[in-house]
Each structure stands twice: as structure tokens, then as C-alpha cells.
Write a protein that binds this ligand. Structure first.
Ligand code: MN3
Length: 197
């Protein structure tokens, strides 16, 4: 059973005007799809073939000889998680259990948003900004390239892709505007609540 490219959880134009159908057609249809193809080629006829995506990631995390497998597997996982971190008409202040947990661990939604934006802005080059659960406490983290929370014993709650391909067609170099649109209009708090368990 090969690793498969999941469909987007919304129509490709559903996030407009913030993220265009053009961006999503490249980002999902080309970038995400390429990571799936690369991964399947790399694990073909190895003991990793047939394992779950999470098991593949954890089996090769930290193994320099298998960085290619890690990078492609983690990017498959990261992108699926990123699509689900957004929804049409999302964003703004959280609701449900995540709202109380954010107030408890950050003091306020504004402080969460400030730290999340700072993480996305200060990730030099390509990578990801995350809301994670670490030892029972919510934290903001950032990871370079394909790296991801599960490789650091953390549980991912939300993510924003800050690779340029995520925003360049819609925002050009304006990463702060992309992150502001993500927080104000796109965050899927239902997904965050589900991840909080
Ligand atoms: Mn990407």
C-alpha cells in the first residue's frame, strides 16, 4: 500500500481571497504531490514500504543517512496537517476547549497570536510555525525545512507553512500579511480542538 496524496479538505477556491486557487493548485497539486511521489520511490522495496506515514517518519528521524526519506515523509505529513489547519471562514478568536487552554497557557489570544506571528516571521528561510502541546502545555515553535513536532516529542495542534511557495503568488514577499490573513481568516479552530483531544 503506497502512501497516497489526500484530497484538499475544501474546494481549491474556498480560501479566496486570502489563498488563491492558483496557489493551492501548485501547492497541493505539484509540491505536496511531489513529496508523495518521492517518498514512495525512496521506500520502494525497503522495510519501510507498507508502514504508516507516522511510523516512517519516526523510524528515520535523526538518521542522517535517511534524511531524504525523512524530508519527503515529513513534508507529506506537514502539508496534510496544514490543509486541515485552515477552513473557509475560519480564523479570529478561538472557541471551545482550545480557547480556555490558550488563555491558560498564553494569558490571552493576543499573546498567542503575537508569538505565533513572531515564530513564522523569524523562521529564516523555509519552514513551519506551530502551535504544539508539549508536556501538557501549549507552546509556539518553529521548525526549519521539513522538521516537525513529533520528532521532538511534541503534539502538533496547528501549523502555518512559511515556505515561500505557500504565499508568494498571493502575497509576494509579504510574509507578515500572509500570517495575518492566516490568523484572522483561515485558522480551523475545530481542528485545533480535535487535536487537543
Ligand atoms: Mn509547502
Amino acid at each position: 500500500m503506497a502512501i497516497e496524496l489526500p484530497d484538499l479538505p475544501f474546494a481549491s477556491d474556498a480560501l479566496e481571497p486570502h489563498i488563491s486557487a492558483n496557489t493551492l493548485s501548485f501547492h497541493h497539486g505539484k509540491h505536496h504531490a511531489a513529496y508523495v511521489t518521492n517518498l514512495n520511490n525512496l521506500i520502494k522495496d525497503t522495510d519501510l514500504e507498507g508502514k504508516s506515514l507516522e511510523d516512517i517518519i519516526m523510524a528515520v528521524a535523526g538518521d542522517a543517512d535517511k534524511a531524504g526519506i525523512f524530508n519527503n515523509a515529513a513534508q507529506v505529513w506537514n502539508h496534510t496537517f496544514y490543509w486541515n489547519s485552515m477552513k473557509p471562514g475560519g480564523g479570529g478568536e478561538p472557541t471551545g476547549a482550545i480557547a480556555a487552554k490558550i488563555a491558560e497557557d498564553f494569558g490571552s489570544y493576543e499573546e498567542f497570536a503575537k508569538q505565533f506571528t513572531a515564530a513564522g516571521m523569524t523562521q529564516f528561510g523555509s519552514g513551519w510555525a506551530w502551535l504544539v502541546l508539549d508536556g501538557g502545555k501549549l507552546k509556539i515553535t518553529k521548525t526549519p525545512n521539513a522538521d516537525l513536532p513529533m520528532a521532538h516529542g511534541q503534539k502538533a495542534i496547528l501549523t502555518a507553512d512559511v515556505w515561500e511557495h505557500a504565499y508568494y503568488l498571493d502575497f509576494q514577499n509579504r510574509r507578515p500579511d500572509y500570517l495575518a490573513a492566516f490568523l484572522a481568516n483561515l485558522v480551523n479552530w475545530d481542528f485545533a480542538n480535535a487535536n487537543l483531544g
